[in-house]
Design a protein. Structure first.
Length: 345
């Protein structure tokens, strides 16, 4: 679907056949991180705008400036936009590109985790704190020490420990950190600095969070994603290897690490038995949607499991103007997930 010439798509027909409708239509929203706090659903999305930036493979056109929190009393109720929760102008260290956020709760306080480019053009991950799940959030003066790249997802385990999963290729800059420090060499291609196709793929990162959730409690570790033979997925395994959009959830005691394959547009998952992995590639949760990016979260609500995702159908295919949607997902008895088709074509 993303490779189609969008001029040939009949969006009125496509939207009628879509698995679900946008949760809100008065603004564009993307990258939904959904949580169930105190009996209510809170969605922490990117707030897409058209800032007039030219399209490029490093994602300059994703020039978002703020975050809005969307809340729902239950899965069937109206989605409410709670207004600006955090603006880039109120983040001392951040210059631009407020990309995919997440949030979590601890001891009655709410923490918004977000990536943005600093004044050197390097993506870092910051934290902002509020007494309310809908904000407004107050940003910490500095980004998290030792943070880099994009797409933080913060998972709370049953023992009360919190872990951040993060990383993203191309515009998300993960490939520039292969030596442990930022490679600022000029590069024309988003694929510069990536491993060769027959080398192991770049891996997402995981780090346990400090007690106050404002820092990493440890140096981030690579999260291994293995094939069925126990080998690391290769860089050229484009339909299965990690690209961006990390998420972690638990089901029946197993840990499910899910992610986007980026340029091949799948939301995939891999299963492990602890928060650090390794994880074994298991399958796809969502087939490609309209729009280049695919990004999601998985949230259990009242005994059912939901996939929050986005597509660009409302904007008629404009890559950086996306809309958040939700659909139920089902597990098979063996714990695998039934792949969702976003449109009944
Ligand atoms: O929204 C900007 C970027 O696009 C996100 O950080 C990626 O996951 C992709 O959805």
């Amino acid at each position: 679907m993303p490779e189609d010439n969008i001029d040939h798509i009949d969006f009125d027909t496509l939207n009628k056949k879509a698995l679900s409708a946008p949760l809100v239509t008065h603004i564009y929203t993307a990258d939904p991180s959904a949580h169930y706090f105190n009996g209510k659903i809170y969605i922490y999305p990117s707030h897409d705008i058209d800032a007039g930036e030219a399209f490029d493979d490093l994602g300059s056109h994703f020039a978002m400036e703020d975050y809005h929190v969307i809340s729902m009393d239950n899965i069937d109720s109206k989605a409410v936009d709670n207004g600006v929760a955090l603006h880039v102008d109120d983040v001392p260290w951040a210059q631009q590109q407020m990309w995919a956020p997440d949030a979590n709760e601890k001891d009655g306080k709410f923490y918004l985790f977000f990536p943005a480019k600093d004044y050197k053009g390097i993506f870092r991950i910051g934290v902002a704190v509020s007494d309310s799940p809908t904000g407004p959030f107050k940003a910490e003066p500095e980004a998290i020490k030792g943070s880099f790249s994009i797409d933080p997802a913060v998972f709370k385990d049953d023992d009360g420990a919190y872990y951040m999963y993060f990383g993203g290729l191309w515009g998300g800059q993960l490939q520039r950190w292969r030596t442990g420090s930022f490679n600022s060499d000029q590069a024309e291609s988003p694929t510069a600095f990536l491993p060769a196709d027959d080398e192991p793929a770049l891996l997402p990162l995981v780090a346990k969070m400090s007690d106050n959730l404002l820092e990493f409690a440890e140096t981030p570790k690579e999260l291994e994603i293995l094939d069925e033979k126990g080998n690391l997925l290769l860089s050229g395994d484009n339909d299965r290897r990690f690209f961006e959009a990390a998420w972690l959830h638990k089901h029946n005691g197993n840990y499910y690490f899910s992610y986007s394959t980026g340029d091949t547009h799948f939301i995939c998952y891999a299963i492990g038995d602890n928060p650090y992995g390794p994880f074994t590639y298991t399958g796809r949760i969502l087939n490609p949607v309209v729009g280049w990016t695919s990004h999601h979260s998985v949230c259990e609500i009242d005994g059912k499991t939901y996939l929050f995702y986005h597509d660009s159908s409302l904007s008629k295919g404009i890559t950086h103007l996306r809309s958040v949607k939700v659909a139920e997902i089902k597990y098979r008895p063996d714990g695998s997930i039934v792949t969702l088709e976003p449109y009944k074509l």
